[in-house]
Design a protein around this ligand. Sequence first.
Ligand code: C5P
Length: 230
Amino acid sequence: ARYPVICIDGPSGAGKGTVTWRLAQVLGYQLLDSGALYRIVGLKAFEAGLITADASHLIDESAVLALTKSLEIAFLPNNDSGRVDIIVNGQAVGDQVRNETVGGYASQIAVFPTVRQALLTLQQDMATRSGLVADGRDMGTVVFPDADVKVYLTASAEARAERRVTQLVNAGQAADFDSILATIKERDDRDENRSTAPSKPAADALLLDSSMLDADAVYEQVKRHCQDKG
Ligand code: C5P
């Protein structure tokens, strides 16, 4: 049997995570947080000394590939946090991967075709057991080109930086708009301009700009699009 697949692609901070979670809950589908895969590999590569925070030195792709293959990664939905918990080699990885620093590590190793290839089957297998909502950059273009529904959710870099500042301030942390904006633009640039699986809308994706929309409005528009697609 073939199960339905919904792809939500786009840059970080556009609201993909929230809409993906809500759709998965309402439809009873599994959730694929593909960014978490790249974040785990990025963090492990950093810990192993294979990459640097400032992306300054040439990375040994085959070493990152070997590291990737040594990881067994699984996801468990967590209703308290509204995200999936990530289990790596049997151990839960906490929220330490969900920050901008690790997002930067992820985008450094995400440029490697062999590393992306090594993560492909794991992602595609998730659609063989139940319906799936997949969140990422290349869900609609590379991983699930035959998906039933594809959405590319964007927002201006300024709107995304503003949201990030609000999140940090609400968490009682310091936040500098200009440096956050610069980091966001740097990561967008790397993700959109790499030669393998760049972040871009699939030809048949609905383009949605959330700059002026709140999470409820985004959810309603995506839900309506899913209904249109039957
Ligand atoms: O979505 P998230 O911010 O968690 O993704 C972290 C990084 O992982 C992205 O900036 C991108 O470099 C990489 N990524 C990717 N392909 C995906 C998901 C994430 O290259 N499908």
